[in-house]
Design a binder for this molecule. Structure first.
Ligand SMILES: [Zn+2]
Length: 330
C-alpha cells in the first residue's frame, strides 16, 4: 500500500503535535531534568503480559491510524518500552509524583487509585490538546471548503474536550495535594485469573452498561478513568471518578450491577470501546476466535472515525471475550 506524498507530509507535520514536550504537573515543586517518555501503563505492569519484551496492541500513532484507515485495523507486537508513552511530565515530577505506583506493588490503595486517575486524566488532556493544536494549525479563516470545515469541527470538539479534561485534571491535582483521597470514588474488581489484557485511560461515557444515556455530547464533562492491570498476580479492574460527579458514578454503578459472569467480558469490551491504551498478551489475543478479534478491532476502528455515533447499546453484553471468575468486588 502506498501513501500519497501529500498525506505523508500532512501526517508527518501533525505527528509532531503528539510529541510536544511539556510537563503537566502543577504542584509547588519546580520541574527538573528533561521531559521523559512517561508510561501510562508502567513497564513493570506490561512485563507481566509480555512475551520476549512485546505486548500485542493496535498501534495508536496518528500515522499508524491513517495507514490502517486505508487498509484494515490490526493488532501488532509492540515493544514494552514503546507502548503507552507520553511526553507530559518532566523527569523530576514523573519520579516524585508517581513513586507510590511505580516503586510499590499495586494494592489499589486510595492514594494509588488517585494517582492512576490523575495520570489517565493527564494523558487524556495531553492527547486532546495535541489534537486541538494539530487541527487548529490547518484552519483557514477565509476558506469555506469541506476540508476546512472538517478541521473546524475537529478543533471545536477537541477544544471542548481539552478544557473539560483540564478542569478534571486540576480538581484531581488539588485532591492529591491535599491528600483528600476520599473525594475519589472507586470500584475495584479482582479476578481470579492471570492478567491477559491491560488498559489505562480516561474517557467521557455517553451510554452506560444498561444502555441508558449518561450525558449528552454538549454537556460532556463527566470523566471516568479505567484501569485493567495486574495486582498480586491476578487481573484487577478499577474504575475511578470524582465523587462530586454523579453522572460518572451512575456509569460505574451500572457496571457494578452486572451479573458477575459478564464483568470480565464487558471490561474488555469497554477498554476497546473507550480507552486509547489497551494491550494484551499474545496467547490471549491468538486464543480468541477470528470473529471475536474482528469485533474488537471494529470497535477501535469506529472509535477513530470522525463519523462514529455510538449506539446506546455499545456497552451491552454481546460476546464472551473473557471468562475470568470474579474474586471480589469492592
Ligand atoms: Zn515538571
Amino acid at each position: 500500500m502506498t501513501i500519497p506524498p501529500q498525506l505523508w507530509s500532512f501526517t508527518e507535520k501533525h505527528q509532531c503535535f503528539f510529541k510536544f514536550k511539556e510537563c503537566l504537573a502543577a504542584d509547588q515543586s519546580p520541574c527538573g531534568g528533561q521531559i521523559v517518555r512517561a508510561h501510562i501503563i508502567s513497564r513493570s505492569q506490561l512485563k507481566q503480559i509480555a512475551r520476549d519484551g512485546h505486548v500485542v496492541a493496535v498501534p495508536t500513532s496518528l500515522l499508524a491510524i491513517m495507514k490502517m484507515q486505508r487498509t484494515e485495523f490490526e493488532a501488532k507486537e509492540i515493544g514494552v518500552g514503546d507502548f503507552s508513552t507520553m511526553n507530559c511530565f518532566c523527569a523530576a515530577h514523573d519520579k516524585a509524583l508517581f513513586a507510590p505506583i511505580e516503586d510499590a506493588p499495586l494494592v489499589c490503595s486510595p492514594e494509588q487509585l488517585a494517582l492512576l486517575h490523575y495520570r489517565a486524566i493527564a494523558a487524556e488532556f495531553y492527547q486532546r490538546n495535541s489534537q486541538l493544536e494539530s487541527a487548529a494549525s490547518e484552519l483557514d479563516d477565509e476558506s469555506k471548503d469541506l476540508q476546512n470545515l472538517r478541521f473546524v469541527w475537529i478543533a471545536m470538539c477537541n477544544e471542548q474536550a481539552s478544557e473539560e479534561a483540564h478542569q478534571a485534571l486540576v480538581r484531581t491535582e488539588m485532591l492529591i495535594a491535599a491528600r483528600r483521597f476520599n473525594e475519589l470514588g472507586s470500584l475495584v474488581v479482582r479476578f481470579d485469573a492471570v492478567p491477559a489484557v491491560m488498559a489505562a485511560g480516561a474517557f467521557r461515557p455517553i451510554y452506560d452498561f444498561a444502555a441508558r444515556r449518561v450525558q449528552r455530547p454538549v454537556d460532556f464533562c463527566s470523566f471516568v478513568a479505567m484501569h485493567l492491570l495486574a495486582a498480586d498476580g491476578g487481573a484487577v479492574l478499577a474504575f475511578t471518578w470524582l465523587r462530586r460527579d454523579l453522572l460518572a458514578e451512575q456509569f460505574v454503578r451500572s457496571f457494578a450491577a452486572l451479573p458477575r459472569e459478564q464483568m470480565a467480558s464487558l471490561a474488555v469490551q469497554c477498554a476497546f470501546e473507550h480507552v486509547e491504551f489497551a494491550c494484551m498478551s499474545d496467547s490471549w489475543w491468538n486464543g480468541l476466535r477470528r470473529s471475536m478479534q474482528a469485533a474488537l478491532l471494529e470497535r477501535v476502528r469506529r472509535a477513530n472515525s470522525l463519523s462514529y455515533r455510538r449506539s446506546p447499546r455499545c456497552l451491552c453484553y454481546r460476546i464472551r471475550y473473557a471468562d475470568w471468575p470474579v474474586a471480589e468486588v469492592h
